[in-house]
Write a protein that binds this ligand. Structure first.
Ligand code: AMP
Length: 370
């Protein structure tokens, strides 16, 4: 068990690392961040920051040397570098989880083998693989890069042969996946955490609404039948056990038109759709991640109040700042990023509520997110 006063090293200094660090500081841990941007969001809240690239082996070794436990805030961590320092520092999440989840084919194969439903998929390395996969799965379908994609980057929806021209960029990676289209009613996600002792806990299911492939709203509890919410949580536990999870994992799912749940993606870290937990639950996703990697016992999670979270992207910052004077009961989060850019996640707002639909309308009525 990692004790208060010991040091958590975090690879990655964005908002997820920042919120992990803030919780760790409240608990009395020391925190060191590795990130190439000086004064990055997490660096602002940590005891120290090593300013270096994520692939800088000497820097990762220094982080390992100075930490008692090592974690990360994103999945594109250099696996080899992590393996190299595994004998120097406790890495409770291991490398297998990252190896599986950083590649969409490996991830979906793992899910299928664990008995979970996903979109039908085929590995695609070149144009002839693509032609064959389209014949098998039909239109519409989605071509995605296996690695490195996020928020809709590195993917193309294909409706007909006329869309094939758009595939060259993705095919040039020689490592892609074609997925059959899952007609869905809703998208939702569940955060699940597990510690080294095998204790598991889940957070309430979030209903996620995206705009331009970027998360816009999280609505909790998800407005889907209670039976489905229960099933989603059970699926998350099944995944956590099958992958021998340590730490927190985000499980993204589609609620299909057929009423079935399909797992879309796994995120081996805190997730944007879990930010609501900071104010709405007895423990936040960041607190639970830290407890899990420190092998502290895990509590049963309670939703204290219904909640809506709305993301603040670069283009929303000005409008949202004006709201501070008007909305005394909104929780305004800002990650302290130096550069405001279109579609860049700059912060989020959390609104505890007794009526989800009214709150969703209150957000729309501001016209900030039009
Ligand atoms: P992803 O990067 O896999 O999370 O995909 C981004 C978004 O594209 C998802 O949130 C869905 O809205 C949509 N999408 C991705 N894959 C599929 C699929 N197989 N069927 C239907 N919609 C999809």
């Amino acid at each position: 068990m990692i004790q208060q006063g010991q040091t958590i090293g975090i690879i990655g200094g964005g908002q997820l690392g920042q919120m992990m660090a803030l919780d760790a500081k409240l608990t009395g841990m020391r925190v060191i961040i590795l990130d190439p941007t000086p004064d990055c969001p997490a660096g602002q809240c940590a005891d120290d920051q090593i300013v270096a690239e994520y692939s800088d082996i000497a820097a990762i070794e220094e982080l390992a040397q100075r930490s008692d436990v090592l974690t990360y805030e994103f999945e594109n961590v250099d696996l080899k570098a992590l393996e190299d320092v595994a004998d120097k520092v406790y890495i409770p999440q291991g490398t297998q989880l990252l190896y599986t989840t950083k590649n969409r084919i490996r991830e979906k194969t793992f899910l299928r083998d664990a008995g979970l439903q996903t979109a039908p998929f085929r590995a695609v390395k070149n144009r002839s693989d693509l032609d064959r996969a389209i014949t098998e799965l039909g239109y519409p379908c989605v071509l995605k890069t296996c690695e490195g994609g996020y928020d809709g980057h590195g993917q193309e929806v294909l409706h007909s042969a006329s869309d094939l021209d758009k595939c060259d960029g993705i095919l040039s990676t020689k490592d892609a996946i074609l997925e059959g289209w899952v007609p869905f009613k809703e998208e939702c996600s569940v955060m699940v955490a597990r510690n080294e002792n095998g204790e598991v806990t889940t957070f309430p299911v979030s209903e996620n609404i995206h705009r331009n492939e970027i998360l816009h709203l999280s609505i909790v509890p998800a407005r889907i039948p209670g039976k489905l919410r229960k099933r989603a949580e059970e699926m998350a536990v099944k995944i956590a056990d099958a992958i021998n999870l340590c730490g927190i994992l985000g499980v993204e799912m589609f609620v299909g038109d057929d009423g079935e749940l399909y797992v879309n993606e796994l995120a081996p870290r805190p997730h944007n759709s879990g930010h609501y937990t900071i104010e709405a639950c007895n423990f936040s996703q960041f607190a639970i991640h830290n407890r899990a990697i420190c092998n502290w016992p895990l509590p049963k999670i309670k939703l204290l109040q219904d909640v809506v979270m709305v993301n603040v992207l670069g283009q929303h910052v000005e409008g949202v700042r004006k709201m501070i004077a008007q909305k005394p009961d909104w929780h305004f989060h800002d990650y302290g990023k130096a550069e405001v850019r279109h579609n860049r996640k700059m912060g989020h707002v959390t609104i505890l509520t007794d009526d989800l639909d009214t709150t969703v309308k209150e957000i729309a009525d501001t016209h900030i997110w039009d």
